[in-house]
Design a protein around this ligand. Structure first.
Ligand code: AMP
Length: 519
């Protein structure tokens, strides 16, 4: 039987695992480490580096070292999230013809899917070295709050890497799978997942091998990087006050400061003070200047306390959707490196009045859960396990007067399919435009537009007579298909959603072909 792996494709770090007997085990990368930096660097000699080798280039080659691409995948160049990222990324971003954000290296446009594909390609190579045979299939995890475009783009990235995705599963659900199988618990569990770029809270019930997600909520733009950025801003502000030099303009200095800030943040999870020493950070007209300062845990908490606080309303919302009080939660799992921060641990413990479990590795548990799921799908996991996940957003269409008509409510168990009847608003209307949206606002224009398509060939009739059935279908990967058909005339016409973002099959094939030619 061919090998299959579980992949946690993280914003800052990625991890792979497989099932050894009944136990999920992490596969180390070619350098022997359990996690791999999600970084790709393009050298001046045209070489492409991935992982630790790429990360080491970040200071000397900042404009061509691409990190945190998961924050860009499936997003538009002019979205607020990408706008926020633009000032902080040392590499250049641009817009593809369809408006999707792309990375620009040496004048060449590279899609986030291609960059993620390069990271996945490296992880595949590590797994193949470990097994000594080709690996073609994988289960990949995504943040629970990833939308349709982000999920589809992640699948495209895997295709570029030559991997068939058996299933896309949500990161917190994967974590609960690894944990639940290990301790064989029946419990109501809250998974608080904060990695480098995203935050999710998921409430699940584990009962006799059935993992039932009750509700999920989160922010796909809140993670460890935001904590780093606060430290960076603090250091740069102080430096500007003292020396009158804006280090934001100096890409090399900015990268050094960013790395030092992240290191210091990690240290402060275990110590109360951390020294930040960056000699010769820049040379001004009067000589060389250094950063030589101390960051205390208390100061870090002042700088970032609001980021931690921002998670509470999202947790309350998830609990509300699950119709549960905080005291109903019997286990708390903390997932993602950022949850090592003591302020996060105490805030969560205060909120739930319960300590989180200490016996799980927040960096590895998601990949381990993905490995469990891959074994279930391949029939290699003999225990009866059923995973019932949910869709994180409401889905529907735009109707008259900018109104959003929900067809599938958020937190509906997937896979799911629902049909709703609609009609025409004008006499003899032969065409309707179906505008597919995702979000929670009553006003259609405030929600995220996913796709737009026309249903043509409606039999002319007075307004309100034709019956047009619109069907929404979400598959087990959380991906959406929408179709519409004219029922009254019995001339049914099914229309597939044409995504307004992402890569077409032809574009993916072209990238795969191009990659074959690269060193
Ligand atoms: P992940 O995506 O799960 O690998 O999480 C990566 C994020 O966790 C990065 O922002 C790291 O800076 C952060 N992180 C890792 N270790 C620690 C730590 N000891 N304390 C605080 N944050 C950490």
């Amino acid at each position: 039987m061919s090998r299959v792996i579980g992949i946690d494709l993280g914003t800052t770090f990625s991890c792979i695992a497989h099932l050894e007997g009944e136990k999920p085990v992490v596969i180390r990368n070619l350098e022997g480490q359990a996690t791999t930096p999600s970084v790709v660097s393009f050298t001046s000699s045209g070489e492409r580096l991935v992982g630790n080798l790429a990360l080491r280039q970040a200071i000397t080659n900042p404009e061509k070292t691409v990190f945190a691409v998961k924050r860009l995948i499936g997003r538009k160049f002019d979205s607020s999230e990408v706008l926020a990222a633009r000032s902080k990324m040392p590499y250049q971003l641009g817009a593809a013809p369809n408006g999707d954000v792309v990375v620009v290296v040496d004048g060449h446009e590279i899609t986030p899917q291609e960059v993620s594909g390069m990271i996945l390609g490296y992880l595949k190579q590590c797994a193949e070295a470990f097994f000594g045979e080709p690996v073609k299939e994988a289960v990949i995890t995504v943040p629970a709050h990833f939308n349709d475009h982000q999920r589809q783009a992640t699948k495209d990235a895997a295709k570029i890497a030559g991997l068939e995705v058996l299933r896309v599963i949500n990161e917190p659900t994967a974590a609960s799978l690894a944990y639940g199988l290990d301790v064989r618990a029946n419990a109501i569990v809250a998974v608080f997942d904060m990695g480098g770029g995203t935050f999710d809270i998921t409430i699940l019930e584990i009962q006799d091998g059935v993992f039932h997600v009750l509700a999920t909520n989160g922010d796909s733009y809140l993670g460890g990087e935001d904590f780093d950025n606060r430290i960076v801003e603090w250091l740069i502000d102080d430096f500007k006050k003292e020396h009158g030099v804006d280090l934001f303009q100096d890409k090399l200095a900015l990268q050094r400061i960013k790395e030092a800030a992240e290191r210091s943040k990690r240290d402060l999870s275990f110590t109360l003070e951390s020294d930040i020493n960056l000699p010769f950070i820049c040379s001004s007209g009067v000589g060389s200047n250094h950063i030589n300062t101390k960051l205390t845990r208390r100061r870090l908490e002042e700088l970032t306390g609001d980021l931690v606080k921002n998670t509470i309303p999202l947790i309350e919302q998830a609990l509300g959707d699950a119709h549960l009080e905080p005291k109903a939660i019997q286990e708390i799992l903390l997932v993602g490196g950022q949850t090592r921060m003591p302020l996060i641990r105490t805030t969560i413990a205060d909120f739930f009045r319960r300590q989180a479990r200490e016996d799980i590795n927040p960096d590895e548990i998601v990949a381990m859960g993905a490995a469990v799921q891959s074994a279930i799908l391949k029939g290699q996991q003999t225990e009866l396990v059923l995973l019932l996940d949910v869709t994180p957003f409401s889905l529907g269409i735009e109707t008259e007067d900018d109104t959003f008509q929900r067809i599938i409510e958020r937190n509906t168990t997937i896979p799911t399919r629902k049909t709703m009847p609609f009609t025409t608003v004008e006499n003899d209307q032969v065409r309707v435009t179906v505008h597919v949206l995702q979000g929670e606002y009553l006003q259609a224009s405030k929600n995220k537009s996913l796709a737009r398509f026309d249903l043509v060939g409606i039999q002319p009739a007075p307004a309100g007579i034709p019956q047009i059935d619109v069907t929404f279908e979400i598959d087990a990967d959380g991906l959406l298909r929408v179709s519409a058909s004219d029922v009254v005339t019995r001339m049914n016409q099914e229309v597939q959603v044409r995504p307004s973002a992402g890569l077409s099959k032809g574009e993916i094939d072209a990238i795969i072909e191009k990659n074959r030619m690269l060193p």
